[in-house]
Design a binder for this molecule. Sequence first.
Ligand code: 5GP
Length: 231
Amino acid sequence: MEPLYSGKAKSMYETDDPSVLRMVFRDDVTAFDAEKVDRIEGKGRYNAEICASVFEYLEGNGVETHFLERTGDAEMLVERLDIYALEVIPRNIATGSLVRKYPFEEGQELDPPVVVMDLKSDEYGDPMLNDDIVRALGIAGPGELEEIRDEALRVNNLLLEMVDERGLLLPDFKLEFGKRTDGEIVLGDEVSPDTCRFWTEGGRSLDKDVFRFDRGDLAEAYAEAAERILA
Ligand code: 5GP
């Protein structure tokens, strides 16, 4: 069956129910605009189990997500959403592009957290947005943007509580939101070591930075992230 949509690490398939999609986490891993590419056996399964567990935790704490149920090692059913072309990135510790582009110190604590909104566009290199550009491009209305930002901060607080209990730090992560047909805004896409930075208290990365910067064995890092998060 042909996917409805195939991204760098996930494929979406239609199901018999037009409002439900099957989201399959593949073993592919890419970085730096797909300049660096590999396949890591087991990665799809680790991402799916971490993502399902995080979505269940968030749902249990009142956050609406697109997650319906896990249907296999590396797949789950999700609600079909109209996704905003936004990458919403809560940041608790300065690292990555924030340190490359702005005069923050690597590892500097950001309290209160900083929410960065980037345009989701490979063609334009995911540039950072401001409220006026979001409005002028017709990506989201002002009320919607405010709601998305508040929801991202709520997710951040809940995830910080979750990882703290497991001896992990959460420097930053990327969320995507979408709209149901009734207009309700819900969390979509995935929450996994592909889209989050997880650091041990000793500063070891348990996320895609291991692949981006050749910091060791990605499958081992994801296995450790899964073991801690699912505990
Ligand atoms: P940075 O802006 O430092 O590159 O990324 C910040 C955070 O958002 C990191 O946790 C990173 O994994 C996530 N992130 C930002 N953009 C993307 C993206 O296009 N794809 C994925 N998978 N994660 C992203």
